[in-house]
Write a protein that binds this ligand. Structure first.
Ligand code: NAD
Length: 361
């Protein structure tokens, strides 16, 4: 077991982080720390079982389950959940799930200031950031606030063991994307770089083991540690082209979040490699490859991740529209963002060709 308090912002609140397999069976340390005695448990409809088991363990410290968490935190779901919070007189929230459930907890906390305990079950990393993305009338917006950052995070490897292998791979690549962009971020610092490299190492060694033996709790805990470090760097430094492309693709075409990250990551990395060679060289070394972009492509392919946008349901006709949107209000990026080169990147990602070789092998 490892327990530590982390506060990257000297003025911000520290977050208590615990890594312990089986730790979900006793949440009293976290509940005592926040003075929580009436916890409302949050899940997606698919994870009701995990929520119900948690409620059994919590005994009279739980007041109920809200199980309608949905991808991209629609505001109407948050409104519905707020009614349940009010009726149940909950004094804290326990989110058990991936980024969708954690997003709902953050949205409720933003409006009520209720303290949150988070038990992540994917590698997306939202639990480690003060960022909340919400959708209203199909439009996604994000905000950053200390109010949405959880008070405590418990990483229990047994919870992520049920994440199907294909989702484990795309979710892991989603987490790695935060760390890759942290390496070449404009505001990168020594701590963010070390955390990013640590997370990348954890996934490069851990994910292949998860694919072969999904029940390997050591590999699951190692990759959860990677999820935390990759989420932590997402909170610390600015993201660039990769995240802009994924937000644009996800927002306009309603693509699956983690799979979109998995496909785009090798291409965005290759796009930036000539402009940030020193930042990306350690990643190429971790991957045992000459290039970071090519190494990520081979890694993703070896693990069975989707490597082309076509297989996610994107059509050739979508590419111009996405390129147009992606060059509007661009994030800071090491390589210049130009329509022609972004359109070429999207074509390569659509065809799934090797980002350095132009072939699929
Ligand atoms: P998710 O939470 O939507 O989960 C995908 C599906 O997998 C759901 O049906 C879920 O119930 C199921 N699932 C999750 N864990 C499982 C497990 N261990 N076993 C079985 N089923 C499981 O997916 P995600 O990729 O974790 O989250 C995506 C969302 O998170 C997006 O809305 C994204 O924008 C957001 N996100 C936000 C931040 C942030 O900092 N604000 C960071 C990363 C992601």
């Amino acid at each position: 077991m490892a327990v530590f308090n982390v506060g990257f912002d000297p003025k911000g609140k520290p977050v208590q982080v615990r890594f312990q397999t089986g730790g979900r069976l006793n949440l009293n340390p976290e509940l005592d720390a926040i003075g929580g005695n009436r916890a409302l448990v949050l899940t997606t409809p698919e994870q009701v079982d995990q929520g119900e088991k948690l409620i059994t363990n919590l005994g009279d410290r739980a007041v109920g389950l809200y199980s309608s968490a949905t991808m991209h935190t629609p505001v109407e779901i948050t409104k519905d959940a707020l009614e349940v919070v009010k009726k149940s007189n909950a004094d804290c929230l326990i989110a058990i799930g991936g980024g969708s459930t954690i997003g709902l907890g953050k949205a409720i906390a933003y409006q009520t200031n209720l303290p949150q305990i988070v038990l992540p079950t994917t590698y997306a990393g939202s639990e480690a950031t003060p960022v909340l993305g919400q959708t209203e009338n199909g439009v996604k917006s994000t905000l950053k606030s200390e109010r949405v950052q959880p008070e405590a995070i418990l990483y229990d490897a047994e919870l992520v063991r049920t994440l199907p292998v294909a989702m484990s791979v795309t979710s892991g690549l989603n987490a790695m994307a935060h760390a890759v962009e942290a390496l070449y971020a404009k505001d990168a610092n020594r701590l963010s770089t070390e955390l990013a490299l640590s997370g990348l190492r954890a996934f490069v060694t851990g994910l292949p083991k998860v694919v072969v033996t999904p029940d390997d709790l050591g590999a699951r805990e190692n990759t959860l540690f990677g999820a935390w470090t990759c989420g932590a760097v997402l909170a610390q430094v600015g993201m660039a082209l990769h995240h802009k492309l994924c937000h644009t693709l996800g927002g306009t075409l309603n693509l699956p979040h983690a799979a979109t990250h998995a496909v785009i990551l090798p291409y965005a990395t290759a796009y930036n490699e000539a402009a940030a060679p020193n930042a990306l060289k350690p990643l190429a070394n971790i991957l045992g490859s000459d290039t970071a972009g090519g190494g990520l492509y081979n890694f993703a392919k070896r693990l069975g991740a989707p490597t082309d946008l076509r297989s996610l349901g994107v059509s050739q006709g979508d590419l111009d529209k996405v390129a147009d949107l992606a060059v509007q209000n661009p994030y800071w990026n090491p390589a210049p963002i130009e329509h022609l080169t972004i359109r070429a990147l999207l074509q390569n990602a659509y065809d799934g060709v090797h980002p350095n070789k132009g072939t699929t092998s």
